[in-house]
Design a protein around this ligand. Structure first.
Ligand SMILES: *Cc1c(COP(=O)(O)O)cnc(C)c1O
Length: 456
């Protein structure tokens, strides 16, 4: 059997698979910078996952990115699959984005007054997205979601929101809440500093569980302002939902006068220009975007129907504002990036490239009976150490797999491939990843898997 497998893969240019761990890359400069950083920032970082707590070694300090490549302070070079956690769908330092940003910056950075660029980005989005009629720009995904929740509460005049265990919606108080024990629970705060009273307004249920949703609507009749979900949950592994389940949420929300919020901060402009709503053809009431929308600069947005958006100040009573909201530099980056995404076949090519990459790795692992599965959708993928055919709920993830991920991460860094430093994070492929880059990455992944499963 082994011979036939070998033949199959040699056809793809993979004859040499070594199962020996590689020596660690040099991290002298990164380690030095990290020591300094620890004196300035909690944990040495400005966002927790960057601290490499779930993988080996100190965080790499990045000096430069270009296309799909990253360079760290020690001069190590990597093919990057983190892509700044999703925003860089065109890769690093895309010339069109860079040039527009530089051009706009020549006229100043921020005015705290309207500019034509805001209209331009809004028009670009609204013209090609049938799921929203009006929007508001903010400066992060967290802000977008926080504002969407306030809007839902203001519009429905109800207080409770329902979220899912295994979805992440940024770090605002009402959403830093996790499930307690039981089918339908009041949330328990998942961060110190979140008042219990806030958590009491958030109901938390497991994904892919219709009974729990029905119970929640019975227990909290006419109290639930909104259900919020990542239609493609991609912050706790990739917990792909079935369309039918999302449709069920749509229908039960409509029946109960509850708004459905799709948090598309990752999936928006990623699965296609219309994100997951377009992919599944399900119309939520409010949508939130972030990451890709800003072309690498801080932009978020929430949008809805004309009627619902009329509740937002200054038209309506739901207050929300921002000093740097819609600032021209960030708008310029967004315009440049989204314009590229609208080119014909952009998503078809990107998604096909990803599918080929993912299928080749899966074939490799399956042929060797590794307990390893890649889940993917569009240009998002997740490496899971499991033999399950599908993982749709957070509690179906085997935490033991994370030890294997830790090894894989190290072997990949040592072979020039950069993944986000946690086994719960997904990877992204950009239009800058060429077939040759993906071929190289694939070989590094084959070798690394060999080490993880059989290595010394
Ligand atoms: C990243 C993310 C957020 C938070 O966005 P920030 O820009 O980090 O504040 C919210 N929701 C989802 C689904 C995300 O992936």
């Amino acid at each position: 059997m082994f011979d036939s497998i070998k033949k199959k893969f040699s056809a793809e240019g993979d004859e040499t698979v070594s199962s020996t761990a590689k020596p660690d890359i040099s991290r002298e400069k990164s380690a030095e910078l990290y020591e300094k950083a620890k004196t300035y920032f909690p944990g040495g970082v400005n966002s927790p996952v960057r601290a490499f707590k779930s993988v080996y070694g100190t965080p790499l300090f990045i000096e430069k990115g270009d296309g799909c490549q990253l360079w760290d302070a020690d001069g190590n070079q990597f093919i990057d699959f983190c892509c700044s956690w999703g925003p860089l769908i065109l890769g690093h330092n895309h010339p069109k984005v860079r040039e527009q940003v530089i051009e706009v910056m020549k006229n100043g950075m921020s005015f705290g007054a309207p500019t034509a660029l805001e209209n331009e980005l809004a028009e670009l989005i609204l013209k090609h997205n049938k799921y929203i009629q009006k929007l508001r720009f903010v400066s992060s995904g967290t802000e977008a979601v926080m504002s969407a929740i306030r809007l839902a509460r203001g519009y429905t005049k109800r207080d409770k929101i329902l979220k899912f265990e295994g979805c992440y919606h940024g770090h605002s108080d009402s959403l830093l809440v996790k499930a307690g024990s039981g089918l339908v629970t009041f949330g328990e705060t998942s961060s110190a500093g979140v008042p219990k009273a806030f958590a009491d307004e958030t109901i938390v249920v497991a994904l892919n569980d219709k009974a729990a949703i029905k119970t929640a609507f019975e227990d909290f009749k006419r109290q639930i302002a909104a259900i919020i979900i990542e239609p493609v949950p991609a912050n706790n592994g990739l917990l792909l939902q079935e369309r039918e389940y999302l449709q069920f949420l749509r229908d039960i929300c409509t029946e109960n006068g509850t708004l459905l919020i799709f948090d598309e901060v990752i999936s928006g402009f990623r699965l296609g220009f219309e994100g997951a709503a377009g992919y599944y053809q399900i119309k939520p009431d409010i949508l939130t975007y972030g990451k890709i929308i800003g072309g690498g600069l801080p932009v978020g947005c929430y949008g809805s129907s004309v009627e619902i958006m009329a509740q937002v100040s200054p038209d309506g009573g739901v207050y929300q504002g921002g000093t740097l909201s819609g600032n021209p530099v960030a708008m310029a980056a967004g315009i440049a990036q989204l314009t590229e995404l609208l080119r014909s076949n952009f998503y078809r090519d990107l998604n096909n490239k990803t599918a080929e990459f993912v299928e080749a790795i899966q074939r490799f692992a399956t042929a060797r009976n590794y307990k390893f599965k890649i889940f993917s959708i569009g240009s998002v993928f997740w490496f899971a150490f499991t033999d399950k055919e599908a993982i749709r709920r957070a509690d179906e993830i085997d935490p033991a797999g994370m030890e294997k991920f830790k090894k894989l991460h190290r072997e990949l860094l040592n072979r020039g491939v950069y993944l986000g430093p946690s086994g719960y994070e997904v990877g992204f492929i950009s239009s800058a990843h060429t077939k040759i880059d993906l071929e190289k990455a694939k070989r590094a992944i084959f070798d690394s898997l060999e080490v993880v499963f059989n290595g010394k």
